[in-house]
Design a protein around this ligand. Structure first.
Ligand SMILES: Cc1cc2nc3c(=O)[nH]c(=O)nc-3n(C[C@H](O)[C@H](O)[C@H](O)COP(=O)(O)OP(=O)(O)OC[C@H]3O[C@@H](n4cnc5c(N)ncnc54)[C@H](O)[C@@H]3O)c2cc1C
Length: 498
């Protein structure tokens, strides 16, 4: 099938609106999670009565260039559709790159890799990084942690988009959606040219925060059903100038910590029962606070010798909510202070950190969970524990329910060899015929989201959405009416094991 053309719109039209901001444009807020689906009302954005010009038109518009969005965009384009990928930053990867989240966690299932992940890993290997470094057979081929070095990943994502002719629109912030008769007709974005529309046949929400879905009027839930609190956020950073072998010796030989079985160059340390006293003494000396060291984890990074990826500090969910704009901003300011205290503490007390420095700070807050859509199927913790299989499954995982909030005792893992699946229906909504939702904001309750949120699973969901978009478009089937199981098996990225 021919790709339809992307149509750049007259710059004169845009010029009229250049410099205008989203101020004064009403956006819909989060909808109570228990609200029943109702037909979404028509929405049409304008600015002070002036029509917003169309900047681009494509078969598919993907909003959000994180790991799920890139997988969706590349797969849709690979399947013959024209695709615009809207990203507010200047790099693809979202939390993987801007958020410095490293490494990708294992699904803990052998051969769970969908084809997109296999291809991505091959690209890494071509650039000299073998992303499957663990030797244990049970971790091989799909169950492995992946070493997606942020800078190389950013480059590879651009390369992938270039290869498949995905039009990336960087520095473009989605601020709203036009809707009509149960369809999204345009994504409203703010760019250097001002406000404009992106029109498409199919929209994919990969914003992590369900922004497109909320703006269009899809019901969402957020936070724990028991406490209302989101998972803890983190603000990650990297430390350079680290002598990794000395760090290894300090934790393993001196503190007798057994957290990590590997020696540098592949090594990690974390706060454990063995090392608790070490951090407690730092609090007693006034070098760090209890919150600073509530959660400590650090990984060596393949391709960046002497640099550690710090999975900390974590921000108290009592003080900072992931669904409150001002609190998200305050969390970043607080985290910068915490990072400096932590860096000083490490330099002073850990041999190997003596000459270290903060080499990079995240350019995106580490939001584990914020808003989640209420789609056609709502995946739950029970589905996880029942190792539920679905005929329309798009991928599978056995990654634990990993809740970062010590006051919520939810963290659990499945038994050996057990796994659950994610149904296609958790990626589509009752309200909009042409909307798919992928990544950490799919239709899942708090517990289920705590497992589905890992990067390989987000990528597999994105890939499935790309396939479904292409299949639906070519066969004239609305994506929310499409039955994934009806797509010929050889065209699907995953076939249910149920
Ligand atoms: C601190 C932390 C540690 C984690 N640790 C691990 C780990 O070790 N391993 C693992 O596998 N997973 C881990 N995760 C989970 C995993 O990294 C994320 O769940 C996953 O990367 C989410 O991918 P995504 O594509 O759904 O969303 P995101 O990565 O959040 O991407 C969303 C993208 O959309 C863009 N965007 C958002 N709103 C707009 C808008 N309005 N307009 C335009 N663009 C927009 C953002 O800039 C971003 O690029 C961690 C998460 C956090 C926060």
């Amino acid at each position: 099938m021919e790709k339809s053309f992307l149509i750049p719109i007259s710059r004169r039209d845009l010029f009229k609106l250049a410099g205008l901001t989203a101020a004064g444009v009403a956006l819909s807020g989060a909808v109570d999670s228990h609200v029943e689906a109702v037909e979404a009302p028509k929405r049409e954005f304008n600015f002070n009565g002036a029509e917003i010009p169309t900047l681009l038109r494509a078969d598919v518009c993907v909003c959000g260039g994180g790991c799920a969005g890139v997988a969706a965009a590349v797969t849709a384009a690979r399947n013959g559709l024209s695709v615009v990928l809207v990203e507010q930053g200047v790099v693809l990867g979202g939390l993987q790159t801007q958020g410095l989240v490293y490494p990708a966690m294992p699904t803990r299932i052998i051969n769970s890799d969908t084809p997109y992940i296999t291809d991505l890993n091959k690209r890494f290997a071509m650039h000299g990084i073998d992303v499957n470094w663990l030797e244990e057979p049970e971790y091989k081929h799909g169950g492995n942690a992946r070493e997606y070095t942020p800078e190389l990943l950013a480059f590879i994502y651009d390369e992938l988009c270039n290869d498949y002719r995905v039009e990336i629109l960087y520095n473009a912030t989605l601020i709203g959606a036009n809707t009509q008769a149960g369809k999204i007709t345009a994504a409203i974005v703010h760019t250097v040219e001002g406000l404009s529309k992106i029109e498409a046949n199919i929209f994919i929400d990969a914003t992590g925060d369900a922004a497109l879905s909320r703006f269009a009027g899809v019901p969402t839930a957020h936070g724990s059903e028991h406490t209302g609190r989101n998972q803890k956020m983190s603000f990650r950073f990297e430390m350079g100038g680290v002598e990794e072998m000395q760090v290894y010796k300090f934790f393993v030989k001196k503190l007798k910590d057994n957290w990590c079985e590997h020696k540098p160059p592949e090594f990690e340390f974390a706060k454990t029962t063995h090392t608790e006293k070490f951090y407690y003494e730092g609090i007693q000396r006034g070098e760090v606070t209890k919150d600073d060291v509530a959660y400590i984890q650090a990984f060596t990074i393949i391709g960046k010798p002497g640099t550690l990826s710090m999975n900390c500090p974590e921000m108290s969910p009592f003080l900072f909510s992931a669904t409150n704009a001002l609190e998200r901003s305050k969390a970043i300011r607080e985290a910068r202070i915490m990072i400096r205290r932590l860096a000083h503490f490490f330099r002073k007390n850990i041999p190997g950190f003596k000459k270290s420095y903060i080499s990079r700070e995240a350019s995106m807050l580490g939001v584990r969970e914020s808003w989640r859509i209420r789609g056609k199927y709502y995946l739950t913790g029970d589905d996880y524990f029942n190792a539920q299989k679905f005929p329309d499954a798009v991928c599978c995982s056995a990654y634990p329910i990993d809740v970062h909030d010590e006051s919520l005792d939810l963290s659990r893992a499945l038994g050996k060899g057990e796994f659950y699946e994610i149904p296609y229906r958790a990626l589509v909504t009752n309200e909009f015929a042409n909307l798919l939702v992928v990544g950490r904001c799919i239709s899942a309750n708090f517990a289920a989201q705590a497992s589905v949120r890992i990067q390989p699973t987000c990528m597999s969901m994105g890939e499935a959405a790309g396939i479904a978009a292409a299949y639906g478009y070519k066969n004239g089937i609305a994506v929310n009416q499409l039955d994934w199981a009806q797509i010929p098996a050889n065209m699907r990225s995953y076939v249910s094991a149920g």
